[in-house]
Design a protein around this ligand. Sequence first.
Ligand SMILES: *[C@@H]1O[C@H](CO)[C@@H](O)[C@H](O)[C@H]1NC(C)=O
Ligand SMILES: *[C@@H]1O[C@H](CO)[C@@H](O)[C@H](O)[C@H]1NC(C)=O
Ligand SMILES: *[C@@H]1O[C@H](CO)[C@@H](O)[C@H](O)[C@H]1NC(C)=O
Ligand SMILES: *[C@@H]1O[C@H](CO)[C@@H](O)[C@H](O)[C@H]1NC(C)=O
Ligand SMILES: *[C@@H]1O[C@H](CO)[C@@H](O)[C@H](O)[C@H]1NC(C)=O
Ligand SMILES: *[C@@H]1O[C@H](CO)[C@@H](O)[C@H](O)[C@H]1NC(C)=O
Ligand SMILES: *[C@@H]1O[C@H](CO)[C@@H](O)[C@H](O)[C@H]1NC(C)=O
Ligand SMILES: *[C@@H]1O[C@H](CO)[C@@H](O)[C@H](O)[C@H]1NC(C)=O
Ligand SMILES: *[C@@H]1O[C@H](CO)[C@@H](O)[C@H](O)[C@H]1NC(C)=O
Length: 307
Amino acid sequence: MPRLLALAPILLCAAALVLSLLCLFAGTNKTFLEDYSIVTLNTSRLGQSALNTSRSSDNPFISFIDNVTNTISSDINSDLNSFAKDLGLHDFYSAHLRDYCEGYYTPGPVPNATLSKHSIHKNVTACSNHTATFNFDPRAVLQRELNASGHSNINLTDLKWPEAIDKGLHALAAAQKATFVLYCVAIALIGLALLLAIVSVFFDGRISAFVNVLVDWLAFLAIGLASAIVTAVAVKASHVINHYGNSVGVSASKGGKFLILTWVATAVMLAASLVWCADCVVERKEPKRVRAGKGKGFGGEYENGRF
Ligand SMILES: *[C@@H]1O[C@H](CO)[C@@H](O)[C@H](O)[C@H]1NC(C)=O
Ligand SMILES: *[C@@H]1O[C@H](CO)[C@@H](O)[C@H](O)[C@H]1NC(C)=O
Ligand SMILES: *[C@@H]1O[C@H](CO)[C@@H](O)[C@H](O)[C@H]1NC(C)=O
Ligand SMILES: *[C@@H]1O[C@H](CO)[C@@H](O)[C@H](O)[C@H]1NC(C)=O
Ligand SMILES: *[C@@H]1O[C@H](CO)[C@@H](O)[C@H](O)[C@H]1NC(C)=O
Ligand SMILES: *[C@@H]1O[C@H](CO)[C@@H](O)[C@H](O)[C@H]1NC(C)=O
Ligand SMILES: *[C@@H]1O[C@H](CO)[C@@H](O)[C@H](O)[C@H]1NC(C)=O
Ligand SMILES: *[C@@H]1O[C@H](CO)[C@@H](O)[C@H](O)[C@H]1NC(C)=O
Ligand SMILES: *[C@@H]1O[C@H](CO)[C@@H](O)[C@H](O)[C@H]1NC(C)=O
């Protein structure tokens, strides 16, 4: 009789495999789970503090605005968004495991009396090409967009982009690159655990339970480590950006949905390995009965028609 206890780990491993694949592929294009980002950077008010402080015309950003508006009006701040659009900049940049996406907040980026925070939606316009060793570098991304719109004379220093953000994110670059490799290792191990669980339906016995425990624990450790590192990156990056960026109108939020996804995958994998542990204990408690019904190893089982 096939071992029914193996069905639970099969379902759990399959669930963990799907969840971890979703983590890996979230946001690879603008329609596929784009809101499952690791960190979302909100640059919709970038440039605000350049407007407030020295409005000197040797800042190319200020002269760009003065050139466009021909007025030095006080409520230029409310039009900041349209200037940013003219410069090729977007409202938000959401970093995923292998790429980033960008877009605008609709109907507007900043909540006001008539616009509640909940009615603001992200309108994703594009996602970058994916690379295995993706590393989110907002300064390079923003400068590339300024260059692409023909404003390479304006640099991020003119927009008062804090250098401390670059330093803080640079410190996380290695961890960010490692997460992709860890997710791949974890997915391979979870796939192996799933195969072993399927095979174990037909071959019971302590050895198969031990092999399953081992592989499931390794898979759990890999996905757990990947989740821990990606959580650390998300928390640290959003902290650094908010700490140095809030005063210049830049903010960030960590991706709650992505973190839930990856930690649920970890918990499911833990459950799978606990089921195999329980199976080991059960097998150990009744070794006599198991052995008596077993014939001589796998060959004997096969001949007895147990396969
Ligand atoms: C986005 O990717 C998913 C899965 O990779 C695919 O099913 C979907 O068709 C893609 N959508 C677009 C617009 O490319
Ligand atoms: C810039 O000035 C506006 C009012 O003119 C104010 O509401 C805003 O908080 C200021 N921003 C910064 C970053 O100082
Ligand atoms: C201002 O606009 C004029 C023409 O529209 C252009 O030739 C000039 O380079 C602009 N100056 C700046 C600082 O952008
Ligand atoms: C609130 O923001 C929206 C979008 O930016 C704008 O259309 C609306 O006029 C604003 N309302 C007020 C009261 O400022
Ligand atoms: C974007 O950032 C600005 C400035 O920090 C903030 O006022 C606004 O509420 C943010 N918008 C969203 C949708 O988070
Ligand atoms: C989203 O952006 C696209 C192109 O940038 C635009 O055509 C579309 O109307 C926008 N959607 C909303 C809801 O604003
Ligand atoms: C993305 O890939 C396309 C072709 O696949 C290439 O033409 C384009 O230059 C790439 N973009 C970037 C930013 O690397
Ligand atoms: C943008 O243009 C400037 C000057 O044209 C160049 O020095 C810089 O390398 C460019 N940056 C990017 C990210 O393309
Ligand atoms: C940015 O531009 C200013 C002049 O507008 C220049 O002094 C500064 O060196 C530039 N910074 C970088 C990193 O290119």
